[in-house]
Design a protein around this ligand. Structure first.
Ligand code: SF4
Ligand code: SF4
Length: 390
C-alpha cells in the first residue's frame, strides 16, 4: 500500500517500523474473518484491514486523532490473529503499537478514562497494590460501571501462597510478574515443581517486577520496567515468566530480554507420570501462545501425554476477551467474547490455559473449573491435585 509519511516522521523508529508494515499490506482482507471484534460487529473499522487504514491516516496526519478512530483502535485486542492469518506477513503489532503511542501522547481522553487508565497502569503492575485491592474488593462489588466490575473480579480471586520448589540443574531466573503474583501465586509454585523434576533450578530474580506488557499495550512508556528486568537478569542466561502474555511480550522483536526469555512450554517436554483421573480437558491456548509464541500445539500434546482427554474448542483462534487490561477497558466487547468462548468450550471437566488474564477472565459460576496447564502437569507428575478440582 502506498504511504505518504514525511522524512521527519520516519526518523522515529517506531513510526518507520509501522510504515514498513503498512506498505506490505495489500488490502486483501484475508485477515478480517479471523478478527474477534470484526466477527462480533461486522464493521470493517473493527477489523484489521479497516484499522490499518485508520492508523495509517492517523499517523500520517500527525495531529490529535479523531475520536471515531480512537474508538475503533481501542477496541482492538492486540490478539494478533490477523498477523497469523496474513499471507503477506504484515506484522500488525508494529502498526498498532505505534498507533497506541500516538493516541496516548496526542489524544485527550475524558478525565474518568484517564484516571482509570493511569490506575490500571500504576496499580496492576504492583503486586502489593493488587493485594491491597483484593482486600477491599468485596466492599466495591456493588459499585456501578467498570470500577464495580474490577471490584467483582478482585473479590472472586482465591490466591494461595505456596513455596517455590528448587531443582539442582539448569539455572533459570524467574521473573515475578505482577497481577499473577498477587492473584494466583500457586501457579509459579506448580511451575517450579514441574521444572525441578526436569532438572531446572528456578531462581527468583531479585529486583525484577512487572514485565511492562500491561503499560506497553496501553501505549504507555514501559522502559522503567524493562530497565529493572534487564538489570535483574544480569547473571542469568535464561529467564522465565509464567504468563504467556508476558513471555510473548518479552520475545517481541527488539526487546532487550528477547534472547533470554523462555516460556514454560519451551522448557517442558513430556509427562513424568499419568493423570490419576481421566478428565475431559479443554485446552484454551491464549492468543499470546497461538500468535506470539506459536506453542499452542505443544500445550495440547503435553496434556495428551499426561493422560488427559483433550477436547477441541471450536473457534479456538478467537480471543476470550481478556487481553491484558482490555476486559476492564472494553467490558461490553470482552463479555461478549467470554460468553462466546464458554459456549464453544461447552461441557468439560476442566479448562487448561497458560495466561493469568484468560484464567481470571473466564472463571466464574457459569464456567467449568479453570487452571494453568502447569497445575495439571504437576498433578500428572505425582503432585497435588489442583485445588479447583478438589
Ligand atoms: S491479510 Fe495481511 S495483507 Fe491482507 S488485509 Fe490483512 S494485513 Fe493486509
Ligand atoms: S489484533 Fe486481534 S482484534 Fe486487533 S485487528 Fe488483529 S485480529 Fe482484530
Amino acid at each position: 500500500m502506498r504511504t505518504n509519511f514525511s522524512p521527519a516522521q520516519l526518523v522515529d523508529p517506531q513510526v518507520a517500523a509501522a510504515e514498513r508494515q503498512v506498505r506490505a499490506c495489500v488490502h486483501c482482507g484475508i485477515c478480517t474473518a479471523t478478527c474477534p471484534t470484526y466477527v462480533l460487529t461486522g464493521d470493517e473499522r473493527d477489523g484489521p484491514r479497516g484499522r490499518i487504514v485508520m492508523m495509517q491516516q492517523m499517523l500520517e496526519e500527525g495531529g490529535a486523532p479523531a475520536p471515531q478512530a480512537v474508538h475503533h483502535i481501542d477496541r482492538c485486542l492486540s490478539c494478533l490473529a490477523c498477523r497469523t492469518a496474513c499471507p503477506s506477513s504484515v506484522d500488525y503489532a508494529r502498526i498498532v503499537d505505534a498507533a497506541r503511542v500516538h493516541i496516548e501522547t496526542r489524544y485527550r481522553r475524558p478525565w474518568l478514562e484517564r484516571v482509570l487508565r493511569w490506575s490500571i497502569a500504576f496499580a496492576m503492575s504492583r503486586p502489593v497494590l493488587v493485594r491491597l485491592g483484593l482486600v477491599f474488593a468485596p466492599l466495591g462489588r456493588r459499585l456501578p460501571g467498570r470500577l464495580g466490575r474490577l471490584a467483582r473480579m478482585g473479590a472472586a480471586a482465591r490466591p494461595r501462597t505456596e513455596p517455590l520448589a528448587r531443582g539442582s540443574g539448569r539455572r533459570i531466573g524467574l521473573m515475578p510478574g505482577c497481577v499473577q503474583k498477587a492473584l494466583a501465586p500457586e501457579i509459579d509454585a506448580a511451575v517450579s515443581r514441574v521444572l525441578a523434576r526436569r532438572g531446572f533450578d528456578l531462581v527468583p530474580m531479585a529486583g525484577a517486577g512487572c514485565c511492562g506488557a500491561l503499560a506497553h499495550h496501553m501505549g504507555r512508556d514501559a522502559s522503567a520496567w524493562t530497565d529493572r528486568a534487564v538489570a535483574a537478569a544480569q547473571g542469568f542466561d535464561e529467564v522465565l515468566i509464567t504468563a504467556t502474555g508476558c513471555s510473548a511480550y518479552l520475545k517481541e522483536p527488539g526487546h532487550p530480554l528477547g534472547a533470554k526469555a523462555r516460556d514454560f512450554l519451551e522448557l517442558v517436554d513430556g509427562a513424568k507420570g499419568r493423570a490419576p483421573r481421566r478428565l475431559r480437558v479443554a485446552w484454551q491456548a491464549p492468543c499470546s501462545l497461538q500468535n506470539g509464541l506459536r506453542l499452542a500445539d505443544k500445550g495440547r500434546a503435553l496434556l495428551v501425554d499426561c493422560g488427559f482427554e483433550v477436547v477441541g474448542i471450536p473457534e479456538a483462534h478467537l480471543c476470550c476477551g481478556s487481553a491484558g487490561a482490555y476486559s476492564i477497558l472494553q467490558p461490553g466487547m470482552a463479555d461478549a467474547l467470554r460468553v462466546r468462548k464458554l459456549a464453544n468450550i461447552g461441557q468439560v471437566d476442566v479448562v487448561a490455559t497458560a495466561n493469568i488474564g484468560c484464567l481470571h477472565h473466564l472463571s466464574g459460576p457459569d464456567a467449568p473449573p479453570i487452571v494453568h496447564i502447569a497445575q495439571l502437569v504437576d498433578w500428572a507428575d505425582g503432585g497435588a491435585v489442583p485445588y479447583v478440582l478438589v
